[in-house]
Design a protein around this ligand. Sequence first.
Ligand code: FAD
Length: 396
Amino acid sequence: MSQASIGILGAGAAGVAAAKTLRAANPEVQIDLLTRTGERPFNRTLVNKGVAIGLLSPDQAAVPDAGATFVADTVRGIDPRSRQVHLASGESRAYDGMIIATGSRPRTLGEDVLGRDDGLASGRLTTLHSLTDATGIRDRLAALPSSARVLVLGAGVLAAETASLLSTAGHDVALISRSTLPGASVFGEHIAKKLLDLHQARGATYLGRTIQAVRTHPDHIAIVLDGGDRVEGDLAIIAHGTLPAAPSPWNGPEGIPVDDRLRLREAPDQRIYAAGGVVIHEHPDLGAYRIDHWDDAAAQGAHAAHTLLYDHGLGDDPGAYRPVSTFTSSIHGHILAGAGHPTPGSTARLISDDPTVVLHEHAGAPVAATGLDAVALVHQWAPRLHHPHETTNQPE
Ligand SMILES: Cc1cc2nc3c(=O)[nH]c(=O)nc-3n(C[C@H](O)[C@H](O)[C@H](O)COP(=O)(O)OP(=O)(O)OC[C@H]3O[C@@H](n4cnc5c(N)ncnc54)[C@H](O)[C@@H]3O)c2cc1C
């Protein structure tokens, strides 16, 4: 292994955690940490909380050195049989082991939404995923003589958090969502209702609505909803979640399927692993699921590195990966907290009313907990998740 070379494709949460884990286990191994051409490793969670609102420069969102050789050269494709990567520069590199951690890309509006491309080209309609998205939003807001009217399109954590950040910064924010109760499927109905009350106390909401067209004007943008209603703003931010962003041959919307050790499912002996937002987990009990959270991606990166070490005879079997990581998000002065992942088909049960804590259960075991202003209570569930006998009430 000391002579081995490991390629880690992607230098975000999962890739950096994988590099640190391998480096800590073996100071000699050659580790290449690849990112897109022109990019430095950065913390994506700071895209909205820091850069878009002008608190941080893009440089201040950088992540510290992970003890690997950094290569900024977009991976165009991977040949799993030869473990070769083909790079945008024309170079190809072969590795003894490879961890794919290329993350996700933002889901945008459908092709059937009239005027979508004109809106995106103008910058008045934008995703919020990259540092370029963030500086575009920052500069557009800064160029306005007064506070802006911003339309946030979406229903998940990113939409809620971004609406809150912009509203706190003094902007007039309207939330447009296809769902009648944004976030209900992820946080449970009780928490989603409380978050909706918080939004509605601060700005307009358009719920259960479908976006039919985007009309871009020199000084504003209009989102046309079903029934023909127009909602106008200076800027519209798409926060419709993410899709996996894998290089060829996995560049469809499905992501990279892995087994429970995070080995490539189609070739588990090939010493190719995948971690983070690019991965689709196919679990016999939990079903197929995908997670795009910073701490979970980092946990997956470390887990994939431990499996790689085990496969090289340099460590113990890390066991099956189970999502138990925690997250918090500040929304309109309240803290949304989560632990684990509400897998498809899980049911949500209120286990504490004040503060609100919801337990998500799947096949008789708790798989996630979410709560509002209940960080400690929610995080207490992390070590108890995935244990069937733990489907009781809130721990004392
Ligand atoms: C605005 C925003 C705010 C967020 N806030 C939070 C938060 O508060 N808490 C939270 O838990 N999660 C948050 N998330 C989600 C979190 O950032 C992601 O889940 C996490 O970054 C996923 O880690 P990853 O390693 O899978 O991918 P990323 O961190 O996105 O890293 C992917 C890496 O792969 C590289 N890459 C991609 N394609 C290629 C290629 N073809 N060749 C070479 N390199 C490539 C990229 O350059 C990058 O280095 C936020 C996301 C966004 C967009």
